[in-house]
Design a protein around this ligand. Structure first.
Ligand SMILES: NC(=O)c1ccc[n+]([C@@H]2O[C@H](COP(=O)([O-])OP(=O)(O)OC[C@H]3O[C@@H](n4cnc5c(N)ncnc54)[C@H](OP(=O)(O)O)[C@@H]3O)[C@@H](O)[C@H]2O)c1
Length: 250
C-alpha cells in the first residue's frame, strides 16, 4: 500500500480566484510547500504583489472566469514552462448583490453570480481537462459550499449556483471514474474573507457584523489547509467531497 503523500514540490497548480480569501491563502501555502502556482484572477495588482513575495514560485495570470475567451485561452497565454498544470483549484466565486429576498434581487446580480460561480467553474475545468487526460494524471478541485447542500432564506441565487457546482463536480468525478484524474469538491461553511464585503458592495462594517454575529467562523487558511490535504493524499485516493466548517458552527 502506498502511504506516502503526493509531493507538491515543483508541481504546477492553477488557482483560479487567487487574489483574495481562500484562493490567496491556498496560493501562499502551496508556494511555501514548493509548488509552482499560477495565481489567476481579475485583480492582477494583487497577484503581482504575491509574485513579488514568492518570486518564481508564483506566476500571476489575468483571468476572468465569466469570460469565455479569457478562460479558453488560459493555457496558451502561459509561457511554455508553466503549461504542464498538475492541479486546478477553482476558488473564483462570489455573491455580489445576492443576499436578498428573491423579489428584491437584481437580474444583473443573478446573471453575474451564475456566470461566475457555475459557468466560470465549468469553463476552467474545460480549459484543463484535455491536458490532464493526455498526460494521464491531474486533480481538479472545485469550491462548493454548505450552501450547495443546504439552502437558506435570502440565498436563492447563490445557493442555486452552489447546488449546480455540487452536481457538476459530482458528475465530473463520475465521467472520469476509471481515469487517473482526481476530482474533489470542497464545501466550506462560513469563512472570514472578502466574500461578505463583496456581497454587500464593499461595505466592510456590514461584512464584519455579519461574521461577528456567527457563533464561529473559519479563516481562509483553514480551508486552504483542507484543500492541500486532498491534494497531498497518495494518487490512488480521491476525496469526492469535503464539507469543512468551524467546530463552533457545525
Ligand atoms: N467565504 C465563505 O464563507 C465561503 C463559504 C463557502 C464557499 N465559499 C466559496 O469559496 C470561493 C472563494 O471565496 P472567498 O471566500 O475566498 O471569497 P473572496 O475573498 O471574495 O475571494 C474571491 C476570489 O474570487 C475571484 N473572482 C471573483 N470573480 C471572478 C472572476 N469573474 N474571474 C476570476 N476570479 C474571480 C476574486 O478575484 P478578483 O476579484 O480579483 O477577480 C477573488 O480572488 C467562492 O467560490 C465562494 O463561493 C466561500
Amino acid at each position: 500500500m502506498n502511504t506516502s503523500t503526493f509531493d507538491l514540490k515543483d508541481k504546477i497548480v492553477l488557482v483560479a480566484g487567487a487574489s483574495a480569501g481562500i484562493g490567496e491563502a491556498l496560493s501562499e501555502q502551496l508556494a511555501e510547500r514548493g509548488a509552482r502556482v499560477i495565481a489567476a484572477a481579475r485583480r492582477t495588482d494583487k497577484l503581482d504583489a504575491m509574485a513579488k513575495q514568492f518570486g518564481d514560485r508564483i506566476y500571476p495570470l489575468a483571468l476572468d472566469v465569466s469570460d469565455t475567451a479569457s478562460t479558453a485561452s488560459l493555457i496558451e497565454r502561459l509561457p511554455e514552462p508553466w503549461r504542464d498544470i498538475h492541479a486546478a483549484v477553482v476558488s473564483a466565486g462570489h455573491d455580489a448583490g445576492g443576499r436578498a429576498m428573491f423579489h428584491e434581487g437584481s437580474t444583473d446580480a443573478w446573471t453575474d453570480i451564475i456566470e461566475t460561480n457555475v459557468n466560470g467553474t465549468i469553463r476552467v475545468c474545460r480549459a484543463v481537462i484535455d491536458l490532464m487526460r493526455s498526460r494521464g494524471s491531474g486533480h481538479i478541485v472545485t469550491l462548493g459550499s454548505v450552501s450547495g447542500i443546504e439552502t437558506y432564506a435570502g440565498g436563492t441565487i447563490y445557493s442555486a449556483s452552489k447546488f449546480a457546482v455540487h452536481a457538476f463536480t459530482d458528475s465530473l468525478c463520475k465521467d472520469y471514474k476509471t481515469e487517473p484524474i482526481r476530482v474533489t469538491e470542497v464545501l466550506p461553511g462560513l469563512t472570514r474573507t472578502e466574500f461578505a464585503q463583496n456581497r454587500w458592495g464593499g461595505d466592510a462594517s456590514k461584512a464584519d457584523s455579519f461574521y461577528d454575529a456567527a457563533p464561529d467562523t473559519l479563516e481562509a487558511g483553514d480551508v486552504a489547509r483542507t484543500i492541500i490535504y486532498a491534494l497531498e493524499l497518495p494518487e490512488h485516493i480521491n476525496i469526492r467531497q469535503l464539507v469543512v466548517t468551524a467546530t463552533g458552527n457545525k
